[in-house]
Design a protein around this ligand. Structure first.
Ligand code: ARG
Length: 589
């Protein structure tokens, strides 16, 4: 059983399982200690280490007659390890670290098995079955800015990684489609189109429409009064108002759908309006528990350690962002039965999330401990900066037209390909597809490779550079591997069935081990909600491949079959990384 890859998930999880069995025998009285397995920092000591001996010693010290220190515990852990193909050898270092050298044959065999059974068999196991990822979430009629682009890119990657890990993901677009601004927009719409016939062109730029209506609202008290009454009519469900509201939402939706389509991002819209009917019930529950209090005419929840309370009903009796989020959380937990609810927004909203998560914990909707499920997590990200170090804006207007931005990336890539004469070699369609893959991939990767909490500088020059840690470089590296395989003239599908991998050369072994660590990297990236962990893995993988390819002859060598299979495995894992990052791979350059 211990050798069965599919049963245990990642390499690290499999090792942990093995050591868990040993620990159970070694110190049966301390069963709840988590198995502490980590990759070795220094490969001289081994591939992995088990760090339990020291912690166990501090627990049994004075009580145990069997052990006289952490080192003997480490030795016993090694002795009690069930036999496994995985492990080549173990040794003790320092105060009781157990270092593990993995078996080269086992690494090779695991890779071969993946080539036959598919990379899906390397999916890590996560402790949840269903998750909500709340991402993108622009506000109707207001600009969809680069912040929403970041949320879209990061959220999509997180969703993809969870989906790969066999978690059912509800991809939620929590659009801002409710609130008092709609009274003003609707009234303005009635004014402009008295007949009720609204066309997209006529409304044109929704943002300009928003601004114009706001100006009317601020300058004309009569209009303002009508707008305020319009909100009441809308919320009361008056047909004419609902219809106007739906029209405005639809025009806005068509705008951001274009961005999603370009980026290949799938989302399901459940906007703020959807949760509106659930607000009274959710607040009622909180109220019954005595969480909601009166403060300066508003209904609020006081949160320990925060100066300002969370307002859930405004002075005028209306609901707000927080009441909507509380109702949405209730819905996601109780109706959708999600065990993990992930919100992707800029770090500026951290306080809001912290506060309503705390309220939900006090209400018992979420467990107080952060390592228990159901769980709510806020995935905050930093600003997008221009090369001048200021908030990013495009040249043409004060707002960033996201579609234009994506077009520009694609056009620049196309120009670079034409410059290299690809327009003569390839069909127009190939040229287009490659330019799109590289251009959009570059924007996504430039965003994802940074730790999301830091600000990042948007620079076409940097992201489209074919050297360094960019999507362009990585996509080319992948295409190069594909071309090595193609040029060998061998049928790789046939080799997968009949050939074997041998990792005799040290650079082959390093590459092989790196490949096998894919699952635990995805696991880590999911657990900590950090896509940059996967980017770093991918970049290092291409570096390990380069070292291997520089030092080991592939085509025409005695080890050709084994090495071609290693090339193929690298390409397969790279492609899966691209897929998880939402990047379309290219096969030739
Ligand atoms: N519409 C919000 C904004 O543009 C983001 C919504 C995030 N999701 C949530 N459940 N609050 O800032």
């Amino acid at each position: 059983m211990a050798n069965d890859q599919e049963a245990f998930g990642s390499l690290k999880q499999q090792l942990a399982k093995l050591f868990e069995e040993s620990l159970r025998v070694t110190i049966p009285e301390e069963l709840d200690a988590d198995t502490a397995i980590a990759a070795c920092q220094n490969p001289r000591f081994g591939d992995y280490q088990c760090n339990n001996a020291m912690g166990l010693w501090s627990k049994v010290k004075g009580k145990s007659t069997q052990f006289r220190g952490p080192q003997p515990i480490g030795q016993a852990i090694i002795k009690n390890l069930p036999p496994s193909e995985m492990v080549e050898s173990c040794s003790i270092a320092g105060p009781g670290f157990v270092n593990v050298v993995l078996s080269r044959q086992w690494i090779a065999k695991s890779i071969q098995k993946m080539l036959v059974d598919g990379i899906e068999t390397w999916a890590p196991k996560l402790p949840v079955k269903r998750a909500v990822v709340d991402f993108s979430s622009p506000n109707i009629a207001k600009e969809m800015h680069v912040g929403h682009l970041r949320s879209t890119i990061i959220g999509d990657t997180l969703a993809r990684m969870l989906e790969y890990s066999n978690v059912e993901v509800l991809r939620r677009n929590h659009v801002g489609d409710w609130g008092t601004q709609f009274g003003m927009l609707i009234e303005y719409l009635f004014e402009k189109f008295p007949s009720g016939e609204v066309s997209d062109q006529a409304v044109g730029d929704l943002e300009a429409f928003y601004k114009a209506s706001k100006q009317r609202f601020d300058s004309d008290p009569d209009f303002k009064g009508r707008a305020q009454r319009a909100v009441v009519s809308l919320q009361a469900g008056v047909e004419k108002y609902r219809k106007a509201w739906a029209q405005i939402c639809e025009i806005s939706r068509r705008g951001y759908e274009k961005v999603y389509q370009r980026l290949g991002v799938h989302l399901e819209e459940k906007g703020e309006s959807f949760y509106n009917p659930y607000i009274p019930g959710a607040l009622e529950l909180l109220s019954k528990q005595g969480l909601i209090e009166e403060s300066e005419g508003a209904r609020v929840i006081f949160i320990e350690g925060k100066n300002i309370p969370l307002i859930v009903i405004k002075k005028d009796g209306g609901y707000n962002y927080a009441s909507t989020d509380l109702a949405a959380l209730w819905y996601r937990l109780n109706e959708e039965k999600a065990e993990w609810i992930i919100y992707v927004t800029d770090v500026g909203q951290r306080e809001h999330f912290e506060m309503f998560f705390t309220a939900a914990k006090r209400a018992g909707w979420l467990p107080a401990e952060d390592n228990k499920y159901p769980k709510a997590s806020h995935v905050g990200f930093g600003l997008v900066l221009g090369e001048d170090g200021k908030r990013f804006r495009t040249r043409s207007t004060e707002t960033v037209k996201l579609v234009d931005l994506l077009d520009e990336a694609k056009n620049k890539c196309k120009a670079a390909l034409v410059e290299r004469g690809k327009d003569k070699e390839w069909t127009e369609e190939e040229l287009e597809k490659t330019a799109e893959a590289v251009g959009y991939g570059a924007i996504k990767y430039a965003d994802l490779k940074n730790n999301r909490t830091t600000n990042y500088t948007f620079s076409f020059d940097q992201m489209l550079n074919d050297k360094g840690n960019t999507a362009v470089y990585l996509l080319y590296a992948h295409a190069r591997i594909c071309s090595i395989i193609r040029k060998s003239g061998k049928d790789i599908e046939e080799l997968k069935k009949t050939g074997t991998i041998d990792l005799a050369h040290p650079d082959e072994r390093v590459l092989g081990l790196h490949l096998l660590q894919f699952a635990e990297i995805v696991e880590e990236a999911c657990t900590n909600l950090l896509p940059n962990v996967l980017c770093e893995y991918l970049y290092n993988l291409s570096e390990d491949f380069t070292r291997f390819y520089t030092n080991c002859q592939v085509v025409g060598s005695a080890e050709e079959t084994s090495r071609l299979l290693l090339c193929e495995a690298t390409a397969v894992v790279m492609r899966k990384c691209f897929h998880l990052l939402g990047i379309t791979p290219v096969y030739k350059i």
